[in-house]
Design a protein around this ligand. Sequence first.
Ligand code: NAD
Length: 252
Amino acid sequence: MEFAGLKAIVTGGASGIGAATAQLLQERGAVVAVLDLRPEQAPEGVAAIQCDVSDDGSVRRAVQEAAERLGGIDVVANNAGVGAQGTIESNDDDEWHRVFDINVLGMVRVSRAALPYLRQSSHAAIVNTCSVAATAGLPQRALYSATKGAVLSLTLAMAADHLQEGIRVNCVNPGTADTPWIGRLLSAAADPEAERAALEARQPHGRLVCPEEVAAAIVYLASPLAGSTTGVDLAVDGGMQALRLRPRSAAS
Ligand code: NAD
């Protein structure tokens, strides 16, 4: 119950990794607000607030409402994000701007609006949901990877800027996680089973990451117990970034 008395907001907390994070924060004693485009799907017990992270007015209203309903903000989990597929030829400028606006500027807007509350906290932490796509070159993910590369750099810059104000900033880098997002991706594939098998095989532990495993990493980084950890990117990817294994058939 290390979050007892602490107040947390989770963007994109109505589905997948965000919902698992909101749930775990509650189990560890936090009071939680979920800021989401579709807040009606948020886990039970949270303050569910409608918010579009690509709209600064919407973000400011939602963060203020969250702070009023929770009685302050100690933790921000910047998790809302959207996918994009293809090479640099696949998406026009409007789509590049739209995805950057959600995945990168969304985190800027939410953090900026939350800073006055975080500065009043004695356990302030921001955790950004980044991706293995920030650190490994994945095919057909040019736009998405560029946004997550920006999130990684932004995390480091924010960690430097706000350390002396007592605000820690870290990120998690999930591999492919079994969320509704990946469900949508698979159902759009020509052969969903083959696509799922290929995604599983890409991760050295041979399966997709569970949203609860990513949530556990986010909650760890947000916890007062991690008070000396800032500017870190924590991989939750079954070894996809760091390991170079031999094929299973060629054991050891
Ligand atoms: P998801 O689609 O299950 O959930 C995303 C949530 O974000 C939804 O509830 C959606 O309504 C919300 N959202 C989308 N746009 C929004 C906006 N403009 N304003 C407010 N809320 C918005 O996705 P997920 O798989 O849980 O992904 C969550 C995060 O994890 C994303 O940042 C994603 O890039 C990252 N990630 C996912 C995977 C994966 O394989 N699933 C891997 C690495 C990183």
